[in-house]
Ligand binder design. Sequence first.
Ligand SMILES: Nc1ncnc2c1ncn2[C@@H]1O[C@H](COP(=O)(O)OP(=O)(O)OP(=O)(O)O)[C@@H](O)[C@H]1O
Length: 672
Amino acid sequence: MASSVTSTSAPASKDRSAQPFDRSTLEQTLTKRFFYAPAFSLYGGVAGLYDYGPPGTALQTNIISQWRQHFVLEEDMLELDCTIMTPAEVLRTSGHVEKFADWMCKDLKTGDIFRADHLVEAVLEARLIGDQQARDAESGTTSVSAETQVKEDDSKAKKKKKKGKVVAVKLDDAVKAEYSSTLAQIDNYSGSELGEIIQKYGIKAPETGNDVSPPVEFNLMFESSIGPTGHLKGYLRPETAQGQFLNFKRLLEFNNDRMPFASAQIGKSFRNEISPRSGLLRVREFTMAEIEHFVDPDNKTHPGFARVRDTTLRLLPASVQLGGKTEVTEMSIGEAVDQGIVDNETLGYFLARIHQFLIKIGINGSRLRFRQHMKNEMAHYACDCWDAEIHTSYGWIECVGCADRSAYDLTVHAAKTKEKLVVREALPEPRVTDRTVVEVNKKVFGPRLKKSAKVVEDALMAMSEAELESLRKALDQADGVEVKGTDGQGYKVDKEMVEVKRITVTEHVREYTPNVIEPSFGIGRILYALLEHAWWVRAGSEARGVLSFPIAVAPVKCLVQPLSNHSSFTPLVQEMASLLRSSGIPAKVDTSSASVGKAYARNDELGTSLAVTVDFQSVKDRTVTLRERDSTEQVRESVEEVVKILGSLVRGEKEWSDIRAEYPLFTQQATE
Ligand SMILES: Nc1ncnc2c1ncn2[C@@H]1O[C@H](COP(=O)(O)OP(=O)(O)OP(=O)(O)O)[C@@H](O)[C@H]1O
C-alpha cells in the first residue's frame, strides 16, 4: 500500500544521524584528513575544481567499483571508454551546442554573475526564513538561523560569498504560498519566466541590492580546437553519453544483434558552471557513470522486473510538485508502474536498482527520494524522467538522473550521418501489409523538372501514407497538382510524371530505432552525500568524529598497529599486514608514535572499518585484538583466526553482529 510522507526536510531518524549535524566540523575533518581540497590552491585556486586526496580517492574508487559490480557485472552491460574531446559537429547534432545552457543574470552595477534560478531560489528562501524569524520573534520562540548561499562565478568572486540576506520580515500568507509554489517548481521555468519572477518579486543582487539584468543563456560547454589549424572545433564532453550512442552499431554487433542491451561508461565530464558552489556538489570537472539501455519501443518490459517489484521507493511525482507540494509517496515500484506513475517497467527497473545501489554504499534511505521531472523541465523528446535526490545539509540534491530519452539520440545522429542506427529483427512470421507508394516516371519527370527533379523526388519519397493518399486523390481530380520540394518551392506534377498506387508488401524483417533509458550518476555528489550521511560524533571525554562507511566502500578496511613502538612488536605487525594484503584485504600499518587511542580516533575520522593491535601478549601467544569502528567492541583471537574473520567481513559474508555472537568480546585492554 502506498503511503504519504511530507518531506520538506529530511525526516528524523532514530539512529545516530538524528544528531544535530554541524557541517563545519565535518568539513574541518575532511580537510585535515585530505579527503579532497580545492585544486591549484597554491595559485589561489579556481572555483569548481577539486583534487581528491588519498582517502577521498580510495572512497571514490570503491564507490565506482561497487557501481561496476552492481550494474556492469550484475546486469551484464557493455562497458566503454570513449574520448573526452568531442568534435563540435557531434554536439551540434545532439542539441548541446544550441541548448546545453543555463540562464544567467548580471548585477547591473558590479557586473557580478548569478545563475538566474539559483538567485530566485536564494532570495525567496531567505525571505521565507525571514518570515519565520519574524513570526518566532512575535511568539517569543527562536528558530534556527539559516542563510542561503547564492553562488557566483569567476575566480575573483570566490572569496566574497554571497548570501540571500535574511531580514526578519513577516510575509502575507498568500505571498508565502506563492513563494513556496515557485520554489517547488524552480527547475521548471524558462529564461523569460525567470525574468518575470525576478521582476514580479523585486529580486535584486543579494549583497549590493542592485538591479539585475534579464536572464540570458550561457552555454556550459568548454570549447577547444582540435589540431594545429584551429579549423576543427571541439568541446570537452559535458556527459559520457554521446560516445555510447555513436558506437551503437558496433555494440549491437558485439552483442550478436541481441536486444535489449545496455552500454555503460565511467569517466570525466566537464561543465563550465556559471556558479560553482557547495563544494563537490556543483563543480566544473566531475566523474560520471552513465548507462544507455537500448530497448524496443514496442516492448519496454524488463526481464528482471519481477525481482525488484516489491522494492519500496519514496516518490515525488510531477503532479504533486505542480500543486506546490513536496509530499513523498512511499510505494513499491511494481505499484508505481502498474498505476502509470512511472512510465514503463524498464524505467522502473532502473529506479529500483539505483535505490538498491545507493543504499548498499551507505546512503540513508529516509534521506533519499525520486523526484519526477515536470513537463518543461524534461527535454521535449523524453517521455519520463526521475531524479534520485539525496538530502544533505544543502537541501535535496539531484545525484542521479534517470530518463527515458525515446529514440531521440540515435535518430538525430542517423539523420546527420546518413548511417542507419537501427535494429533489424527477423519476424517470426512474414508480415503482409498494404501500402501506398509513389513511383516516378523518370522519362517524363526528369526532362520536365530538370535541375529541380531531385528536390521534388526527395519530397515525394518523404511523404507519409496519408499525404500520399491525398496526393492520389488530388491527381485523380485535376490535371496537375502543386508539390512542395525540399527547397520549399512549389512544383507542378501530373499523372504522367508520378504514379501513386497501393501495393502489397511482404516483410520478413522488422526494422526499428531503439529507445534509450539513461541512468546518469554524478559520482562526486553521491560521494559528498555519503560523507554527510556517514558522519557522526562519538560522545566521550573528547567528542570525536566518525565516518561510518559500509566496509565495501571504506577507504581503508583495516589498520594494523603496535601497542607502542617497542621493537618486539615489529615482526608480528609486518607479518599481520602481509598476511592481510596477500588475502586481498587492504591494510594500513600505523607505526607512528601516537597512542593506540589516538590512532583509533584518527582512523575513525578516516572511516577505517577495523583495527588490529599487536601487544605484549601477542608476542607471547600470537593473539591480537580486533576492534570494530562503530561499536568500538573488540575480540582477541589468533593471528590466523583474525585474518579469517577480516576476510569474511570484507567480502561481506558476515557482519560485526555475527562476529560478536561467535567470539567472546575482549574487554581487558584499556586502549581508548
Ligand atoms: N556541475 C556538476 N557538478 C557535479 N555533479 C554534477 C554536475 N552537473 C551534473 N552533475 C551530476 O551528473 C548527473 C547527471 O547530469 P544531468 O545532466 O542530469 O544533471 P543536471 O540536471 O544538469 O544537474 P543540475 O540540474 O543540478 O545542474 C547529475 O545527477 C549530477 O549527479
